[in-house]
Ligand binder design. Sequence first.
Ligand SMILES: [Fe+2]
Ligand SMILES: [Fe+2]
Length: 459
Amino acid sequence: VANSPIIIVDSSVGLVRLLGAVHEIWYFEQALAHLLSGWVPKLREYDQKKACADFVFRSASTAQNLERSLGAFESAMALRHRVPTDWVMAMEGLDRSASTDVLFESLLVDLQPHLDDCYRLALSLADEVLHESLVGALLAGHRTLEARNLRLSKWLPAGPHRDRLVHAFGGRNDGSSSAAQILWNPVDRVPTPARPIGTKQQVDGSMRPLPLDGLRDPAGIGLVLHNNINGEYTTLELMLRCRYEHPNMPAAFHADLARHAADEARHAQALERMAERLGVRYGEHPVFVSTYELNYQFEPCAAGSPDELLWRLLLRATVQEGESLDDLAYQARKRNYLGQDDMADMFTAILADEIFHVRSGLKWSRYLCGQLDRDEVQERALANEWYNNSVLLRRVAFVRANPDIAMHERDYAMRRQAYQQAAGIHLPFDMEFNQATREFAGFSPSDIDQARHWGELRR
Ligand SMILES: [Fe+2]
Ligand SMILES: [Fe+2]
């Protein structure tokens, strides 16, 4: 091409084959991250949710690293890779699996071996000296693939699996039928996340269980941690659905939300580990999913719309996770004061991650406000009002339907207060508005005024 500004380099057959394999890995890792993002809330088991959130993050990172190298080579060579329609159709077909077992079996029997072949080919053709960053990304991706294999075989019911469909992920990479959209649109909506069979779920609108003594009594501390874990799972699930339901948002959005969800999976793990040391297993108290349900859809927003995405991010990542900056700092300070160093360190580490979640929430809600021509502070006020009303309506409906339980809840709250006044530890400080951390996370002065005002209203 005579007028082309790019440098055209003729290259060896080996390099072309290498880049072809890299392109294929790049696509399938990215598509796998997309697919798993959609599935996590539909998986019943907590270890599957946590591991898949981590796989999403790793696959997305591998794809991102490969894309960087691939883009550099493509810009220097007369080489343009396209994603064949067949690949997209194959992955969308997987996404439409009838059950978790069918999905896991297809991943294990078809996708994983195909990806493994591509990795082995690419690694055999790549040169550690010439293609250093490519080799690094390929090795990391291949390690994760092996970790996925272990997990998938553990999750699948024992017994022989079906034979590999040899052409499941075929499709010619010759540009003859290239896909217009490489990540397909969502195949479903998930207004309620799945939980293990037999889970005691908290009734909508009931008060969450609180211990008489959450400061010293191991069982009481265990319950406090248990309450924290609910939010880790529901946030992980909500962020992954945001990622999955909006394939056309920028790549950086998908990267941020993958990291966000993977962090929440680690938080759940850290809290569960600590609770177990105190003899409390997650699920032994009632589990609640309202933070997912109430942040997933809103009557004023069309299902799947950017408005809906904006409200999800504003509410979960800027209002509620913003409040958790205050709360986690208080929890860390409290545990520190009580000499419970392990717990203080845990809450501090979680707080440090939370700053990133809020920053990402602010970044992408501002981006959407720009696209939709909305004022961020006003929009947050509308969303928050709607959310608070929903919580209130759930409570009113509960009290109407269960007057006796509601009375017990009130009695217990009074008993708890009396216990704390008589026998509880007096802490020489209260929860404070964490202005410094909020500023560091990127809240603007008007965001901070708004949050401070809402904080005062709650007292
Ligand atoms: Fe978290
Ligand atoms: Fe978070």
